[in-house]
Design a protein around this ligand. Structure first.
Ligand SMILES: [Zn+2]
Length: 241
């Protein structure tokens, strides 16, 4: 279904034929599927994830087109002044009225590693300043971990937690909560080497939940989610990040 072309300069006709086969299969299973989708989208979920090709949001959660609104960027960050991400968030909350916003990072993230190790990659260095700020904020905690790989994994987790806070602080999310709209913001992380999502143990369902609890050590080691369901409890407490 996804055999890459051997010649990188040729037209990727395999993608077009894959698409035709995929659409045919869906139509066979549900003849009215695309017609229904053409009228409206009513996703329950808004996903903010990394652009990494190994973390395709709808595939790893078993969702179909129309079920998840998606925004992806390098290292899954939600900078408070990024109009691209904030506009997608506002559209998801105000127009689509999603019930869940999921910030999902992943272990082994190249963007996180570059920010951690100070690699110079070019323009993206400016973008990764957002992650470098998280690293700096938690420098003492990270330095106390046993080795570089654990530090890297932890920074992937801390970055998700920080971005959950940014989402919860966004004006569109605050306004939604103020008018009583049901909306929960979650922090998850994905492991490329086993294909499983982990709940980082923090979810925010209102202004009071903005005091985000630090994910407990057990959660941060990553208990895989039991499927794509919303299994995490709403965490409320003091800001510990
Ligand atoms: Zn990544």
């Amino acid at each position: 279904m996804s055999t890459p072309s051997n010649n990188s300069t040729s037209i990727p006709t395999n993608l077009l034929s894959n698409n035709r086969a995929w659409a045919d299969r869906l139509r066979t299973e549900d003849p009215g599927f695309f017609l229904r989708l053409s009228h409206q989208q009513t996703p329950q979920y808004f996903w903010i994830g990394c652009s990494d090709s190994r973390v395709p949001a709808t595939q790893i959660t078993g969702l179909l087109p129309g079920e998840m609104f998606v925004h992806r960027n390098v290292a899954n960050v939600v900078p408070p002044a990024d109009l691209n991400c904030l506009s997608a968030l506002q559209f998801a909350v105000d127009v689509l009225k999603v019930r869940h916003v999921i910030v999902c990072g992943h272990y082994g993230c190249s963007g996180i590693r570059a920010a951690m190790e100070g690699h110079r990659l070019g323009l993206v260095d400016d973008w990764l300043r957002n992650v470098a700020d998280v690293r700096q904020k938690h420098a003492v905690h990270l330095a106390g971990l046993e080795n570089k790989e654990r530090q890297l994994d932890r920074l992937c987790e801390l970055n998700v937690m920080e971005q959950v806070a940014h989402v919860a602080n966004a004006a569109s999310v605050q306004d939604a909560w103020a008018r009583g709209q049901a909306l929960v913001v979650h922090g998850w992380i994905y492991a490329v080497d086993d294909g499983l999502l982990r709940d980082l143990g923090l979810s925010v369902d209102g202004p009071a939940g903005l005091a985000i609890e630090r994910a407990n050590p057990a959660a941060s080691q990553g208990a895989p989610l039991a499927g794509a369901g919303m299994t995490s409890e709403v965490a409320k407490g003091e800001v510990a990040l």
